[in-house]
Write a protein that binds this ligand. Structure first.
Ligand code: CDP
Ligand code: MG
Length: 694
């Protein structure tokens, strides 16, 4: 049983980050200091109560007179939902121009766009719209406020490098330092030189405005003078929005917990038992542990009378069907207590009303890339102090709250890092480099990055792109392959697989595989290992299973019962259909002929190899526990238990991605014949110091 404190029996300690005072989320503008009101006030009243409302004139003045305005404000102060509206009201969307607001997360894009449309009393997709990958809810010539992911805006630059249709671009959640945000910031700085009239707003929830300001302030003298003549100041303006918020009492566990899911569940039940009403927000890491926690609480409520009804438990992660997302924002029913179990999406990207208690596991899923082994994987890793403070802050929005940290105070004080490392410094750079190349930026090393990626990671990425046939000897995009790959909004390895499928005559099948791989998972969680009767189907791997599922789904007339019976997530399959249609259109646009190979799975596997050869692994000969080694970096990896090849262990396989828990697991694997590797990427495999294929 995990250790956890017992609220009510132990004396709570009020601890500040460094000094040991009170963690205080400033009380700035709480004009109505009570927790009353949000649900009942009119939308206009609600808007006026938000902290940014008081800064409306200041914000508009700064945007008018400065090329770049940096706005810092506590989560929930109204940055995302209000500032774009202020800009529109002030005329920035007149004359056919648009206002863009970017978010690192897709789910946040949808949620804030829906909220803003509601506030403006318009239908989503008309004046207010959003675009995320594979989903465009905007209307040409009608939409003036556009919410989009930073990745989608990067894509738009490929058609319109100066982003000429936008008058103002608000790069929101800049503190998250997602890889796309960083690339975007570097590019926008360049765009501004050519388009001095473009206005940028960089908004964030934490106070590292200085670094951003230095980045945008560092310019060439001549330009500065030129623009002074235009009356627009190039030196960025910084505005700090005083947030409303209440004290949050921080509680730590005495001893490190063994199992944070179990500990989080126990804590929720204790809060429910002993603390006055107020919703609970729990931070876990991903769909797996969130679903597990939801289930554990449900079980507990069922078996013990003590916890009686009263609890409404809701998961929150990207990839959740829309209807379930909306539940999270709906008011808590009378006499009930809402428990939202979330990834770090609720840390700053989404504002949830009514949260009084926060349970912080201290972990999140983070991407890590090792350029030496060329392995990128998602790891459950400790969060930073900055994140921990943000998480705690979520408890103090409506009234004084409490935060329960599932880690010891000593750990927080002495071992947690202050800030997270920007994603660009812990990612594989293959996509990033293709993007920059496609935009004509050849000197990648000399690019003006907000934070420079490591030279090793860059060299690795250049190597892979060269082997994929995307870059030529001069590191320029090849024609047509390089340009085609850049055109497809997917991981370059998937794009290359699609292009290769043309030559193998299996584009129909490969596009289905690509659509499935772009969805988090098509399975219902908790699905056990499938005992398929047809052993032959199993032998080849997950990609082939995806094709069978897709076929079955179509044959069933796209039936949800069929999905249920086969442990397939119906919503995910609908999404696959949508994505597939879009990919088909893109494929046709770049000259791929749609063709089915019927049941010839060999060509499908060859096409996969053509894209993913860099992810090849070989079974260790004397391994009795299914250990594989990656061909490139000799990393120890295992087939994920959810794979159809789990325990089948073919000698040669290719994986799609790695996830790290107690071991490095390969997700979505397919068996191959090693001779295909030399065909697919001769440079890649022949240039290895000792050719591992022999
Ligand atoms: O961006 P920031 O964190 O500064 O705040 P925001 O997302 O603009 O949220 C401002 C207010 O809008 C919050 O207090 C929420 O009450 C409300 N909101 C909402 O009710 N539903 C949403 N989907 C988004 C925001
Ligand atoms: Mg926001």
């Amino acid at each position: 049983m995990a250790q956890f404190w017992k609220p009510g029996t132990e004396k709570p300690r009020l601890v500040d980050d460094e000094e040991g005072g009170v963690l205080f989320f400033s009380g700035g503008f709480s004009s109505s200091s009570s927790s009353s009101g949000y649900g009942y006030a009119s939308i206009e009243k609600q808007r006026q109560r938000l902290p940014v409302y008081k800064y409306r004139t200041a914000i508009l003045y700064l945007v008018e007179t400065h090329a770049t305005t940096i706005i810092v404000g506590e989560t929930g102060s109204g940055k995302t939902t209000q500032i774009p509206q202020f800009l529109k009201e002030a005329g920035w969307a007149s004359g056919g121009r648009l206002i863009a607001c970017t978010q690192p997360r897709r789910l946040a894009v949808q949620a804030v766009a829906a909220r803003v449309a509601e506030e403006m009393g318009v239908k989503l997709g008309e004046e207010v719209g959003y675009t995320i990958r594979f989903e465009d809810v905007t209307k040409p010539d009608v939409t003036v406020l556009k919410f989009l992911t930073d990745g989608v805006l990067l894509r738009e630059m490929m058609d319109d490098p100066l982003l000429t249709k936008y008058s103002v671009i608000m790069v929101d959640e800049a503190h998250e330092r997602s890889i796309s945000t960083d690339i975007l910031l570097g590019l926008l700085k360049k765009v501004q030189k050519r388009r001095p009239e473009l206005r940028l707003i960089i908004s964030s929830a934490t106070i590292e405005a200085k670094a951003m300001s230095d980045f945008f302030g560092k310019r060439k003298k001549r330009r500065e003078l030129e623009n002074e003549e235009n009356g627009i100041q190039l030196e960025p303006a910084i505005l700090s929005v005083e947030g409303r918020g209440f004290n949050v009492q921080i509680n730590y566990v005495e001893e490190p917990v063994q199992d944070y899911v179990q500990a989080a569940v126990s804590t929720v039940l204790l809060i429910h038992e002993r603390e006055p009403p107020g919703d609970i927000l729990v931070f876990l890491t991903g769909q797996d542990d969130i679903d597990a926690a939801v289930q554990l609480i449900a079980d507990e409520v069922q078996t013990s009378k003590k916890h009686s009804p009263g609890l409404v438990v809701l998961p929150l992660y990207s990839g959740l069907p829309r209807a379930e997302q909306e539940l999270v924002f709906s008011p808590t029913p009378r006499g009930k207590r809402k428990v939202i179990i979330s990834t770090n999406i609720a840390e700053t990207s989404l504002t949830l009303e009514g949260i009084v208690y926060v349970v912080d596991s201290g972990f999140s899923k983070q991407k890590f890339y090792n350029p030496i082994t060329d392995v990128e994987n998602l790891v459950v890793a400790p969060i930073s102090k900055a994140s921990a403070k943000q998480r705690a802050g979520r408890a103090g929005r409506v009234r004084p709250g409490k935060c329960y940290r599932l880690y010891a105070e000593e750990y927080f004080l002495n071992h947690m890092s202050n800030e997270a490392i920007p994603e660009i410094q812990r990612s594989n750079l293959v996509s990033c480099i293709i993007h920059l190349k496609a935009l004509g930026i050849d000197n990648i090393l000399g690019f003006d990055w907000p934070a420079s990626p490591s030279p090793e990671a860059m060299i690795r990425a250049l190597e892979v792109l060269y082997s994929l046939g995307v870059l030529d000897d001069d590191a320029k995009l090849t024609s047509p392959t390089g340009f085609q790959v850049a055109e497809i909004p997917l991981d370059p390895m998937i794009s290359k697989m699609i292009i290769a499928s043309n030559q193998f005559g299996c584009s129909e099948e490969i596009i289905t595989v690509a659509a499935v791989l772009s969805i988090q998972s098509i399975w219902i969680s908790g699905r056990g290992i499938q005992k398929e009767s047809d052993e032959a189907k199993l032998r080849f791997g997950d990609h082939v299973t995806f094709l069978n599922v897709y076929k079955g789904f179509l044959q069933s007339g796209k039936s949800s019962q069929w999905c249920h019976k086969n442990y397939v997530n119906y919503h995910a399959m609908r999404k696959v259909l949508e994505v597939r249609e879009q990919l088909k259109r893109i494929a046709q646009r770049i000259g791929i002929v749609l063709k089915s190979c019927e049941s010839d799975m060999q060509v499908v596997r060859k096409a996969v190899t053509a894209g993913f050869f860099a992810n090849t692994c070989r079974l260790e000969e004397y391994s009795h526990n299914g250990m594989y080694k990656t061909i490139r970096g000799s990393q120890e990896v295992y087939i994920h238990p959810s794979s159809v090849l789990f325990r089948v262990n073919p000698k040669w396989i290719i994986y799609n991605s790695l996830v790290s828990t107690d071991r490095q697991y390969m997700r979505n694997v397919i068996s191959i014949d090693p001779s295909w590797l030399l065909e697919a990427a001769p440079h890649f495999y022949l240039l290895q110091q000792s050719n591992p294929l022999h």
